[in-house]
Design a protein around this ligand. Structure first.
Ligand SMILES: Cc1cc2nc3c(=O)[nH]c(=O)nc-3n(C[C@H](O)[C@H](O)[C@H](O)COP(=O)(O)OP(=O)(O)OC[C@H]3O[C@@H](n4cnc5c(N)ncnc54)[C@H](O)[C@@H]3O)c2cc1C
Length: 301
């Protein structure tokens, strides 16, 4: 039934009415301008949440644009510092030049990480599809060799992730662990949802038993509870991890519960004028999102 619905969505995506795309965007995007996003962040901070800010956009096609976007991110670091917000920055490699070659991406990443250091802040390098895993990890390692305030993402659905982690555990490691959002083939990625969760917990346990900091990024309440069990079992101190969620995704009161338990919870806040293209791409990459939205709409109704 779900597969049939997804095929239906994929077929109709180019013809979806604007109001539906606005529904996708409206709930999950914190506005078009940075002032709108700062307002959302201020509110989240006042409720005890940390945040990470992302300018929507990916697959930048010109060197000048990639440079300009890097510059915008640098200005965001400044603005966050001036406003004293509890907010770091997440960036997609393809937004700042991944498609234009390794050297352009390297220059832009180093500029951002240096700015993060100067601003006493942190840069998270998001992970895109599996074609980009090697280059993203390589450049993230290079950045980490020069600066402390940087980390990337590992995806629990990839078979390679346990090995990628083993090569990197150490006191400077700061990883976001998520399931992975892109559609990947069975040759390289686990397809079964239960097995993805098992791998998630296996990787998380390894990290906890070694060194490093982890952002536990999931909305899956069963997985979240298993992570909490693991934290208690291993008596992991609170300064080794935080929980991370996407802005707007309903969590049945669990976020407030986590804050009440004195855990750090960081909300990923995307904003920017590219909300339309972003929402369309998200739907094409994962038609389940349309299902989530309809489901949430009906539940709210
Ligand atoms: C802070 C954060 C950063 C992320 N960064 C990356 C990254 O860099 N690279 C990457 O590949 N993936 C990233 N992801 C996405 C992640 O890989 C998963 O695809 C996504 O979180 C869905 O998996 P889940 O663990 O939430 O569990 P699921 O079992 O897939 O979802 C649990 C429930 O959460 C809700 N839900 C989940 N996702 C959404 C959504 N997008 N919109 C609305 N409702 C939703 C649904 O109700 C669903 O039933 C990130 C996720 C988070 C929370």
């Amino acid at each position: 039934m779900i597969k049939l619905f997804n095929r239906f969505i994929l077929f109709f995506i180019p013809h979806l009415p604007l109001f539906f795309i606005r529904l996708v965007a409206g709930r999950y995007v914190a506005g078009e301008t940075c002032e709108e996003a700062f307002e959302v962040i201020r509110k989240l901070n006042s409720k005890g949440f940390s945040t990470t800010l992302d300018i929507l956009g990916e697959h930048t096609r010109s060197k000048d644009t990639a440079f300009m976007i890097t510059q915008k991110y640098c200005e965001l670091f400044e603005a966050i510092r001036r406003r004293k917000l509890d907010c770091n920055i997440s960036v997609k490699p393809s937004h700042i030049g991944l498609d234009l070659g390794e050297q352009i991406l390297r220059e832009n990443l180093l500029k951002l990480v240096s700015k993060a250091s100067l601003s006493d802040n942190f840069l998270r390098i998001d992970m895109e599809n599996s074609k980009t895993t090697d280059i993203t990890l390589k450049l993230s390692d290079e950045c980490l060799a020069k600066y402390d305030r940087v980390g990337t993402v590992l995806q629990a659905y990839l078979f390679r992730t346990a090995e990628d982690l083993k090569k990197r555990v150490g006191p400077k490691l700061n990883i976001r662990l998520c399931k992975g959002i892109y559609r990947e083939s069975p040759e390289i990625a686990i397809q079964d949802r239960r097995e993805i969760n098992q791998n998630y917990l296996k990787v998380l346990r390894y990290l906890f038993e070694h060194e490093g900091y982890v952002g536990i990024a999931t909305h899956d309440l069963l997985l979240l509870k298993d992570c909490l069990h693991l934290i208690r079992e291993l008596q992991v101190p609170n300064d080794r991890f935080e929980f991370q969620v996407l802005y707007g995704v309903p969590m049945s009161g669990w976020l407030e519960k986590l804050i009440g338990m004195k855990y750090k919870v960081r909300v990923y806040v995307p904003f920017g004028p590219e909300w339309y293209a972003y929402s369309i791409r998200r739907l094409q990459e994962n038609p389940n999102i349309a299902g989530y939205i309809l489901n949430n709409l009906f539940r709210r109704a």
